[in-house]
Design a protein around this ligand. Sequence first.
Ligand code: CU
Length: 780
Amino acid sequence: MMPFKWKYSRNFQFPFSLLLLLLTIIVDLLAIEAVRIAGPQAPQRLKDQTPASSFWQSHLASPSTSAPFDAPFFSATHGIVQTHPSLSGSIPRPVPLTSNSLGSGSSSPNKAALTAGSGYLNSRGSLPSSARYPSLAASNTVVSPNPRSPFRHLDFSTSATAELRRNPALSAPDECARACREGEPPRICYYHFTLEYYTVLGAACQVCTPNATNTVWSHCQCVLADGVERGILTANRMIPGPSIQVCENDKVVIDVENHMEGMEVTIHWHGIWQRGSQYYDGVPFVTQCPIQQGNTFRYQWTGNAGTHFWHAHTGLQKLDGLYGSIVVRQPPSRDPNSHLYDFDLTTHIMLISDWLHEDAAERYPGRLAVNTGQDPESLLINGKGQVRDPNTGFMTNTPLEIFTITPGRRYRFRMINAFASVCPAQVTIEGHNLMVIATDGEPVHPVEVNTIISFSGERYDFVITADQPVGAYWIQLRGLGECGIRRAQQLGVLRYARGPYQPASQPPTYDVGLPQGVVMNPLDAQCNRQRNDAICVSQLKSAQEIDRGILSEKPDVKIFLPFRFYVYRPEELFQPNTYNRFLVAPTGDHVISLIDEISYLSAPAPLTSQYNEINPEQFCNGDNRPADCGPNCMCTHKIDIPLNAVVEVVLVDEVQQPNLSHPFHLHGYGFSVVGIGRSPDMTVKKINLKHALDLDRRGLLNRQYNLPPTKDTIAVPNNGYVVLRFRADNPGFWLFHCHFLFHIVIGMNLILQVGTNADMPPVPPGFPTCGDHTPPIPIN
Ligand SMILES: [Cu+2]
């Protein structure tokens, strides 16, 4: 309650500031309306119907004069308002999602009127069904959906919204993406994902062009990506897939309907701890059986606050398009950094991803001659971008992502790194500082930087203050490391309302980029000292209280986990009658991953639901290796941890490939990053387990206990180590793994079993089962 009070007293003259705010909003809306009217709608139609090839354009030399900024591509309604369409079919109301300026101390009815959809709420806090489906109500033809209909995916009236119509207790996605207020009753937020094979630039693009990203729902089924036609996988025919945006304590229900022919799938909710719903963590053969083609699986969980995301955890599907954002918002009084920003808009999510121009499976196990390795051709910002054909020099003219801000305001941005490849991602915004206020959903003491480098699975929230001249500014996203070979980059635009859409400056190129300034997360991992040019993750300070036990000198359990690749000789790998998995690395090496000398192999059935059916010999760990398990030892790597123990994990990079840092992600927890570093012993060229143990004995592993940041994904610097700690108070089978997609499929995973089976919640009745079927062979 303290921050709440403080804020209120600061806003002592609130009638005046409220008036000012309303004026600003009205002015903004007028501006938007003006742009909308001025926007040439008719030409857009024509343009939309041009064939896919027209997304390539012929201006070779100067991308700035090439016309990526054709006005029609830029939605006039973008940015300022909550743009997702309302299912009610009523006129979309401009609804700023705010933190302080509207959210705290909202005693004024005027304030309340500005929050999402509140004008329509009934006493249960959800839309009356008549308001939600006026067309049906008007014609009095409410269709009772028939779940048994064999044509249910053809039947528009029973499609993704059937459950919402059936059950008035559920709230629609756009009702849940709202400003969160203290004391407001939680909602049950319902989502329906239909997963399909789909196409970039398909015929849907003759019908419409998506006019706003980050929507929690899309009415347009056209996927543009970077303007290069290819087959993809989608949830609800959008990339990124539907955004889940809810408030703390809301219950989230997602029906995942798998219509990908011949494919199974699970969806993992990255960053959601799943306390009490362990079996909905979405890890195949750990927490559930994969969802079969044609089946629907209902996930239900309540989210911990922060910026998270969802993605397929099966095979390579994530890289083909199965990912989307999750934002769990809080009332301002619950966020220690809420005083640092004025707006937290649904449209200010920045989901960055890497992108191929072919199926991900083309790169696995990998090729020797053409398109070798696994690095991406392109990058996307919220599924958008342009790309230059390296052979012809032609540039696609698909829209870039645009984020709109209003002068004088402070905006919370939520950046999600959904990369699959090994490339670190570098984000810089022209002329604007980035004040980092949270990482992996957890608040930190604010730090000002100019560039953020992030790894697959990480999230960074930052505040941008609109303190520059009204105009448009470049956002540059660069792929580092391996991505430097193809010079993969993408651009976006930070635009001031009523300003131009095109930045005045030349677009930054890979080689002549925006000035880096101070870098968050430098790749050189020199984190032991303060420096002016960079801030390491380990130097961030948690803004939340930390469990004392975590910060005590001695943890209850200490686990050293060295990881590396095992390189096969071809004659070893291709022995007759053996079929060992492998990845063809960019170097041409045929490799698998080892953590503590074990390459993770899935169990034949999930541990959460069918533990007793799994042969105990399936499991192994460093202390319990199967007899005569070779140098490519493959089994279900599982480490047991007593419930409530304070656990320290030391990850040691034995890969030691320059430019390669592996980001490790732990399911079920946030952990404290206690130390990051490299060997202080200059005579040691390469760190390994033995050396790390020796450093630890001599007290030379870098550990600092002053407010270490809480994260769930942390990159281990190459030739370095990371020390992390957590209290094992969430029982379950938790995957702990490198988040690089192609390393997951070659075994860079393990399971931390916290507690015994008796500590874990039983799976709901009717939980699907799976497993091998190898009955005895009758002999006669
Ligand atoms: Cu890795």
